[in-house]
Write a protein that binds this ligand. Structure first.
Ligand SMILES: [Zn+2]
Length: 472
């Protein structure tokens, strides 16, 4: 079979029919990513293949380090062309890693370049991709248009100004770009300097002094309203785990006040404060009908030397093994008891937690919204063929695949959209294999009435209904 061609990953006629006839035609609802709203507002044209592809992609950085490449040629002072050469020379060594597929899909789909990337083809690929980046419809909005991206949900701090989202409301952009409310910075009460600087930025953006707990709450609520006004329909939270112990409002006030005057919170206080804030944001989300996304499980910055020289989010994190069950049960149970549980999507990073995350939503569905509590798609260290298949299979076993809101790229590059294609091919292969093996009916009526809607809904229909984003 040819490499990465039309039949890539599609091992039955039914799979090929569902992919080419249904999945490939669906719009993309990219409801969680880390693309820059400024880049979209300015319709940025990228200088070269490095700036659109390597700059900011910690998956690639991690592979480069694993391949023995010096940091100078990854995130250091080397020129963009030198860094691209290092990447090109590393690509052949990524075979069987998802990067090998992503890389070649991205070269093929965006630039029509069928070459295998390596040290010898690097110059040709660099020249051709840069020529197209300079002239073709490969600006940020051009890429979104080409990929039929209906919605982009960026990730935004409540202290951010939202100026680019406001500009986008007036811009001729066929994609609806909305912010996502990510208040993680407010939880750093063990780092007074950091949280004080953030509280000042929040005060500036909200017009509410945030140096007391009531002030902080008023500022967060003001920004929640401001985010809603520009189309936000979800919050997002990144935690090692949800704490299982909370505190009273008076205790939370003391923890915040002490952080504001320079006293770091203890580890136990951070946990209590975190759960207190998370419950508060969940209630705000419930009031507005927003979804709450929780990305749980990374072990951040385990290597002090790399953390010191590179800072955070540079590809140095790993899979954590924190116990997830007690915190989730406490959180979801508290909100369910007071009838304030919002739409919730749970993402785990440790595949050992798959069954726990697949089963948990079923205990908190309340018969109001189909698929109200979701287990999110294979993410980060599970974002590859095996992770996706495992997630889709266990979701089918323990929940309702038909209600799944689908693929999340969590991407940092505008070239990452072929990863939706990757997911859709795997989804169609899985369903097609069931048809080919007699596990699902092989009948035109069943195809039309059940399989086509299933694929359409997982590709975009379910997410469209679940988030209810405003129209472009
Ligand atoms: Zn993310």
């Amino acid at each position: 079979m040819p490499f990465c061609d039309d039949s890539f990953l599609l091992s039955s006629p039914a799979a090929a029919d569902l992919y080419h006839g249904v999945a490939a035609r669906q719009p993309i609802i990219d409801f969680h990513c880390h693309l820059s709203p400024r880049d979209i507002a300015e319709d940025r044209r990228f200088d070269n293949l490095h700036s659109v592809w390597l700059d900011g992609d910690h998956y690639k950085w991690r592979a480069l380090r694993a391949n023995g490449v010096a940091e100078q040629r990854i995130t250091g002072s080397a020129t963009p062309r030198e860094k691209f050469q290092a990447w090109a020379e590393t690509v052949p060594d990524t075979l069987r890693n998802p990067l090998f597929h992503w890389t070649h899909l991205e070269l093929r789909r965006h630039f029509g370049i069928d070459d295998l990337l390596d040290g010898t083809t690097a110059q040709r690929v660099w020249d051709e991709a840069n020529r197209q980046l300079a002239t073709a419809d490969l600006t940020t909005r051009g890429i979104l248009r080409r990929w039929n991206v209906e919605v982009v949900g960026t990730t935004d701090d409540p202290a951010d100004s939202l100026q680019w989202h406001e500009a986008l409301l007036r811009a001729p952009c066929s994609t609806r770009v909305v912010p996502t409310f990510r208040p993680d910075a407010c939880l750093k009460v063990h780092q007074p300097d950091r949280v004080q600087a953030w509280a000042q930025r929040l005060a500036d953006s909200s017009g509410r002094a945030a140096d007391t707990l009531p002030g902080l709450m008023a500022a967060i609520e003001k920004r929640h309203d401001d985010f809603a006004a520009v189309g936000c329909r979800a919050s997002d939270h990144g935690l090692a785990s949800l704490p299982s112990t909370s505190c009273t409002a008076a205790e939370a006030a003391t923890i915040w006040q002490r952080a504001m005057t320079g006293t770091p919170a203890t580890a136990a206080e951070v946990e209590q404060f975190t759960l207190w804030i998370m419950l508060h944001v969940a209630r705000l989300n419930h009031d507005k009908g927003w979804a709450m996304q929780m990305h749980l499980g990374p072990f951040r910055d385990p290597n002090p030397r790399l953390a010191q020289t590179l800072g955070s989010d540079a590809g140095c994190d790993t899979i954590g093994d924190t116990l997830q069950g007690p915190g989730l049960v406490r959180f979801l149970g508290t909100l369910a008891a007071e009838n304030t549980l919002p739409r919730t999507i749970l993402y785990n990073i440790n595949p050992a937690d798959n069954a726990l995350f697949a089963a948990m939503p079923g205990s908190f569905q309340d018969g109001t919204i189909p698929g109200k509590i979701q287990w999110g798609s294979g993410w980060w260290f599970m974002d590859q063929e095996r992770g996706m298949r495992d997630q889709l299979n266990m979701l089918s076993d323990l929940g309702l695949l038909s209600r799944f809101v689908g693929m999340v790229t969590d991407s940092r590059s505008f070239l990452s959209y072929p990863r939706h294609e990757y997911f859709r091919r795997i989804l169609c292969d899985l369903v097609g294999a069931d048809v080919a093996s007699g596990r699902l009916p092989d009948h035109p009526d069943f195809r039309r009435d059940r399989l086509v809607p299933l694929i359409e809904n997982i590709c975009s229909g379910n997410a469209r209904g679940y988030f209810n984003f405003p129209a472009a």
